[in-house]
Design a protein around this ligand. Sequence first.
Ligand SMILES: Nc1ncnc2c1ncn2[C@@H]1O[C@H](COP(=O)(O)OP(=O)(O)OP(=O)(O)O)[C@@H](O)[C@H]1O
Ligand SMILES: [Mg+2]
Length: 259
Amino acid sequence: MSDSLRVRGLRFNHGTRALIDDVSITLPSGEMIALIGPNGAGKSTLLRLLTGFLTPAAGECWLGERPLKAWPRTLLAQRRAVMRQQNSVTFPLPAEEVVAMGRAPWPPGKAQAVIEEVMQITGSLELVGRDYRSLSGGEQQRVQLARVLAQLWHDDGPRGWLFLDEPTSALDLFWQQHSLRLLHKLTRNGGLSVCMVLHDLNLASLWSDRVLLLHQGKLVAQGAPQDVMTESTLTRWYQADLRVVMPQEQGRPQIQLRA
Ligand SMILES: Nc1ncnc2c1ncn2[C@@H]1O[C@H](COP(=O)(O)OP(=O)(O)OP(=O)(O)O)[C@@H](O)[C@H]1O
Ligand SMILES: [Mg+2]
């Protein structure tokens, strides 16, 4: 699937304040894209605009050959899935039923096989039968990742656009690596495109093809990790006291805070 995501002059206001201010981007399909920026920069708002959950004041998002809002609802749900920053379930529900929600846009035929496969690859099979509300934060995040992968699962694996808002925020080191390696591998297969908000710049650097840096609603830098994650750019936009090192073995910048 070669559906790029495009938007020109995107704006979103709250009262007189611009939360998203004239953002233009083209996201090619098949990549891992990290959306970074300080708290309140507008990352979650931008994700909601790009996924059609918010209506922009100006600018129109295009997915493939048509504007987002021209996509039939079911077809769109089969080609773009969203994992939000907070996901609450207020009633008793086993983990596998949360994953099964991802199959809502699909005919029921293969649901069971897909649910098992995505729970297996995300490491959440061991959570089958557990009440979602009783799971730890990290376990819930693994189940949510399984849910959105189930939603995009076509005959030969996941296809389309996956939007993730801080998908690793509750994961330990093992599961951070596991989840990002998995997403990276699935994008290399060509069918899946990932756009994820990450606060952990080291994870963003290791696994993304492209980094977008947002600050006060404006896109202030974009490019390969080594182009965006420089000491001067990060210090300027985050105002943090940090240094950037480039370990020989991976050729990707790593960010260290100074004590
Ligand atoms: N519905 C709303 N009403 C008023 N202000 C809002 C609303 N939604 C977001 N904002 C404000 O817009 C700005 C951007 O919010 P957003 O949630 O997009 O930030 P973010 O970059 O995702 O931040 P974080 O890293 O903390 O998750 C913030 O200042 C926030 O307070
Ligand atoms: Mg946010």
